[in-house]
Design a protein around this ligand. Structure first.
Ligand SMILES: [Zn+2]
Length: 164
């Protein structure tokens, strides 16, 4: 059985042929798919998909691109969403120094805060790390993230870092 751990099937890009894509996923032998939230709106969509469709699971969180608009009220909403059925991780969260859509100090602050959220709800985390390996590892260690379970996504680090 295959479980695809990272997808954004709620994207508007699939609005015209979503059902057809669902069928192709099933035909390819993939039994379950996790839709990763990237902000509040898409986290809500991911949770909605998990409730509507048997094949979907969800994660909730804010992508590093969009943390410039994140606040504690939204973190509270994520916490509530994390307790819904079939929500199984906090993500995607992390650092993106390639695009730098949000200032780096804000990315680091909200990355830490969302790891703390994962501790509060005792869930694994899904990491987006682009050109930010050193700071990603530093924060994962300092926030004691590894016992939670960590999935690296958009990984651009070395084999050495992967071993750690
Ligand atoms: Zn993603």
């Amino acid at each position: 059985m295959l479980f695809d751990s990272h997808s954004h099937m709620y994207s508007v890009k699939y609005d015209n042929d979503r059902e057809e894509v669902f069928n192709r996923i099933k035909q390819a032998g993939v039994a379950y798919v996790l839709n990763a939230g990237a902000d509040l709106e898409t986290s809500l969509k991911a949770v909605d998909f998990a409730q509507k469709y048997e094949m979907f699971y969800a994660s909730v969180g804010c992508h590093p691109h969009d943390v410039k608009d994140l606040d504690e009220d939204t973190i509270k909403l994520f916490k509530g969403l994390a307790k819904k059925p079939k929500v199984c991780a906090i993500g995607e969260i992390g650092l993106d120094y390639y695009y730098d859509h949000s200032p780096r100090d804000m990315q680091q602050y909200w990355f830490r805060r969302q790891i703390q959220l994962a501790h509060e709800v005792n869930m694994p985390i899904i990491i987006h790390d682009r050109d930010a390996n050193e700071d990603t590892m530093k924060i994962l260690k300092e926030e004691n993230a590894f016992p939670l379970g960590v999935v690296m996504h958009c990984y651009s680090g070395s084999a050495e870092m992967a071993k750690q």
